[in-house]
Write a protein of this length. Structure first.
Length: 253
């Protein structure tokens, strides 16, 4: 049975792990000892690891289990939004010290936030990874890493109706967590390396339509759809992938 390491047991990491339990041996990281003890009690091999955005006096200690892992999934944020390039560089340096020169299959959970907020259909070629600092830094260190640009994470307790939403006539670029796990699983089976994929549901209703569907309110209004749409056609074509949740209006069902 293959061993998978999941760096970052947050909302998404938890759901990826749940989909893979029983199929793989799982090792995870979390940021507190209490959480690590709780997860270990549930049968997950968990260690405490946080990756500061400042330069450490000594290199970050390498993960003891790293050389036993076949696959690595990184869910912690490596975006320059909210921090400067030097802070991001330090964070990635600390992460790299933790995982060493890992040669197995790797996945980075990036974001469709790399695309500008203009009314346009975006494919991966519109913003190459070389233009995205975190993606570029990790690809330079790990040329075989797969980068998944995830849409807005939805499913379970994450419903658009629960948030204070503006621009109700703008298209959504959402993804159900089940499809993220399924895409990763398919890429593991295909032993995919060095890919860059947008991971968004292929249907892009506007925010008001999603909210009305979640509130069980009839919605037949037609209007011009505004905002960006991040297209996942490359993933669909190359992986021959069929989305489990293609329409965000049905994510709550």
């Amino acid at each position: 049975m293959k061993k998978i390491g999941i760096i970052g047991y947050g909302w998404l990491g938890e759901r990826i792990a749940a989909s893979m339990r029983g199929k793989y041996i799982l090792h995870t990281t979390t940021t507190s000892q209490n959480k690590a003890d709780e997860l270990s009690a549930q049968g997950l091999n968990t260690v405490v690891a946080a990756f500061p955005d400042y330069q450490l006096t000594d290199p970050y200690l390498q993960w003891a289990e790293i050389n036993t892992l076949d696959i690595l999934i990184i869910t912690i944020p490596v975006s320059e939004k909210g921090c400067c390039i030097s802070s991001l560089y330090n964070r990635i340096q600390n992460l790299s010290s933790f995982i060493g020169d890992f040669k197995g299959q790797m996945f980075l959970m990036s974001s469709t936030g790399v695309y500008p907020d203009i009314s346009k259909d975006f494919t991966e070629e519109d913003v190459p990874l070389e233009q995205v600092s975190g993606e570029r830094m990790l690809r330079n260190k790990y040329p075989h890493i797969n980068i998944l640009r995830l849409g807005g994470l939805m499913g379970d307790n994450r419903l658009l109706k629960n948030y204070n939403v503006s621009n109700l006539d703008h298209a959504v670029n959402h993804i159900h967590y089940s499809d993220i796990s399924a895409v990763i699983t398919k890429m593991i089976e295909k032993e995919t390396k060095s890919k860059l994929y947008n991971v968004t549901a292929p249907i892009h209703p506007v925010k008001s339509q999603v909210i009305n569907a979640q509130k069980n309110v009839s919605d037949n209004e037609e209007f011009e759809v505004k905002g960006k749409r991040v297209i996942s056609s490359k993933l669909i074509s190359e992986l021959d992938y069929t989305f489990q949740y293609p329409d965000p209006r049905a994510f709550h069902l």
